[in-house]
Design a protein around this ligand. Structure first.
Ligand code: SF4
Length: 268
């Protein structure tokens, strides 16, 4: 059986950068000092576990800490959280991805100019929560500003824009804030789907961009499976298949992709 790995698999730029920031901070950790991450620094349990072993403690609530340093993940953090960190006088290490910062800056500008801001994305995702906190609640403006979560699927974004354009408005500003890594990753998966009859999508089950990638693969009609590690692979998936495609979410390390590739090669 042939195996093809997508052009854009492994960590994205923003995730690599966040991990480097965390590892550099952990290297400088002095006795008695503590570094916390507010929520998982990236949506990959295996990588988060590895960073925990190096000393990064994941917390869900700032009330639990009185001192130390807090890392903001690549997704950014809501304004209230940043304010709480400032009030507590805890040192902040900002690993927000520059693409996310770019989207945040657009929201700031739209808000200042009185636009009602619509964010197309998963409202429970930390990135969207942060964007929402900046957008505030301008409800009655007929000027509408539309942006997307950086990891949104473009087709879905276009569909949602179509719905919004059905509303009453005087002016609409639309921004393509889907990051270039997400676009490249999705189009690399689509081009693999043309050649493969099975797709393996690697990434955290809690990773929104991995789930979206899996969704794209499933919708193509090709048998597609979402796994976190090679241990979840099942021999029966590959029976009678000619070409297996492998892709991964933005928070999946290259080594995880290599392990899955090796495992499929040796067992099929
Ligand atoms: S997926 Fe894009 S926006 Fe998100 S962290 Fe990676 S590079 Fe940044």
């Amino acid at each position: 059986m042939k195996i093809k790995v997508a052009r854009c698999a492994g960590f994205c730029f923003g995730v690599k950068r966040a991990i480097n920031i965390a590892e550099n901070a952990l290297r400088e950790l002095k006795d008695g000092d503590k570094i916390y991450s507010l929520g998982a620094i990236i949506h990959n349990p295996q990588v988060v576990d590895e960073l925990s072993r190096k000393g990064l403690e994941v917390i869900s609530d700032l009330r639990k800490i009185k001192r130390g340093r807090v890392i903001i993940s690549s997704h950014g953090a809501p304004l209230e959280t940043l304010e709480e960190i400032r009030k507590k006088k805890i040192k902040l290490i900002d690993a927000t991805c520059p693409f996310v910062k770019y989207a945040q800056n657009i929201v700031r500008r739209l808000k200042k100019d009185g636009y009602r801001i619509i964010i197309v994305g998963d409202s429970a995702h930390p990135e969207v929560k942060a964007l929402n906190s900046i957008a505030g609640k301008i409800k009655n403006s007929k000027k509408i500003g539309i942006i997307s979560q950086t990891t949104q699927n473009k087709e879905n974004y276009i569909k949602e824009i179509g719905k919004i354009l059905g509303e009453d408005f005087s002016e609409v500003k639309i921004f393509n804030t889907i990051c270039s890594d997400t676009s490249k990753r999705q189009s690399a998966a689509r081009s693999l789907l043309k050649d493969c009859d099975i797709m393996i999508v690697i990434g955290g089950k809690n990773s929104a961009n991995t789930r979206r990638l899996w969704q794209i693969c499933k919708e193509s009609g090709v048998d597609s499976f979402h796994i976190e590690t090679e241990l979840e692979l099942k021999k029966k998936w590959f029976k009678g298949k000619i070409c297996a495609g492998i892709t991964s979410g933005a928070s999946t390390p290259d080594q995880a992709v290599q392990r899955v590739t090796r495992n499929i090669k040796t067992k099929n």
